[in-house]
Every structure is written in structure tokens, then in C-alpha cells.
Design a protein around this ligand. Structure first.
Ligand code: GTP
Ligand code: MG
Length: 144
């Protein structure tokens, strides 16, 4: 079965949107296989977002993601990686389509930081890497 890593980011958790985000994922028919509240440290986040290390927004991204607790979730289902990305909507919450998590619940706050409530792995390779990083105690991988 296919698995993906979802994060309810600090802004989503702080705003009390965890239940709403999980409701959308579960209502779609996907199954939760692991879930924890965690305040991520810089080392974990620098590893998680390693592909963005050279981008100008990297330090701000690490600050945003480490500022307060988040929720990490492993989700299972057929084509769940693509399916969750579709539920999330595009990166910029002002532009994300209505009907998506980011489009319905997110917006630009004028802080210069893109706060977009949720993360979902973007490929099979990313999902395997990210689940191992956030859930070293679980045997779940993207497909097994
Ligand atoms: P994730 O699921 O969090 O990986 O988002 P994504 O796949 O939609 O976007 P991407 O991987 O390109 O970027 C990762 C995260 O970096 C985004 O979710 C944003 O929080 C942040 N980010 C991306 N682009 C920008 C940008 O241009 N400016 C700022 N400030 N942040 C950005
Ligand atoms: Mg990404």
C-alpha cells in the first residue's frame, strides 16, 4: 500500500485546524497509520527541507516550522501521495483553489512568510525519505 507524510504545520495546529484537516483526509477514504504532536528542531527541518537549502526563504521557512508544535501523520491509500497533494492545493494560499485545504483555510498574512497550513510528500522518493525521518520507529514506507 502507498503511504505519504502529512504535516499540520505550526500555523494550522495553532489555529485549531488539525481536526478539520484530518477530517478532509479521512473523509476522502485515506487511513491514518501514525500521528504525533512534535516541536521540530532545526536539524530535523533542515533535513526535511534539504532540497530548499539554497533558497532565499530557507531560514524563514525553518523559523516558521520550528516556532511551535506541529502534527506529523502517516497516511495510507491508493495513490495517496497525489491525492493528498490535490486536497492541499498549491503552495501559495492566496492562489490555492477554493475547495482545497490551503484555498479554503489559508491566506496571506502580510508577514512575508508563506504560511500554508499543511505539508504533503511530493513523490514516492520523498515519501519514503520523509516517513523514515519523522517516524523512524514505524516500518511504513511509501509502498510496501
Ligand atoms: P510543502 O508541502 O511544505 O513542501 O509545500 P510545497 O511542496 O507546496 O512547496 P515547496 O516544497 O516548493 O516549498 C516548501 C515550503 O517552503 C512551502 O510550503 C512554503 O512554506 C515555503 N515556500 C515555498 N516557496 C516560498 C517562497 O517563495 N517564499 C517563502 N517565504 N516561502 C516559500
Ligand atoms: Mg514540497
Amino acid at each position: 500500500k502507498e503511504h505519504t507524510l502529512v504535516l499540520v504545520k505550526p500555523d494550522g495546529f495553532r489555529r485549531g485546524l488539525t481536526g478539520e484537516i484530518l477530517r478532509r483526509i479521512e473523509s476522502k477514504g485515506y487511513v491514518l497509520k501514525g500521528l504525533k504532536i512534535k516541536q521540530a528542531d532545526r536539524a530535523l527541518l533542515e533535513e526535511h527541507y534539504a532540497e530548499h537549502r539554497e533558497r532565499p526563504f530557507f531560514q524563514g521557512l525553518i523559523e516558521y516550522m520550528s516556532a511551535s508544535p506541529l502534527v506529523a501523520i502517516v497516511v495510507e491509500g491508493d495513490r495517496v501521495i497525489e491525492g493528498v497533494r490535490s486536497l492541499m492545493g498549491t503552495t501559495n494560499p492566496t492562489l490555492a483553489a477554493p475547495g482545497t485545504i490551503r484555498g479554503d483555510l489559508g491566506r496571506d498574512w502580510g508577514t512575508g512568510q508563506v504560511e500554508n497550513l499543511v505539508h504533503g510528500s511530493d513523490s514516492t522518493t520523498s515519501a519514503i525519505r520523509e516517513i523514515a525521518l519523522w517516524f523512524p520507529e514505524l516500518e511504513y514506507h511509501a509502498e510496501d
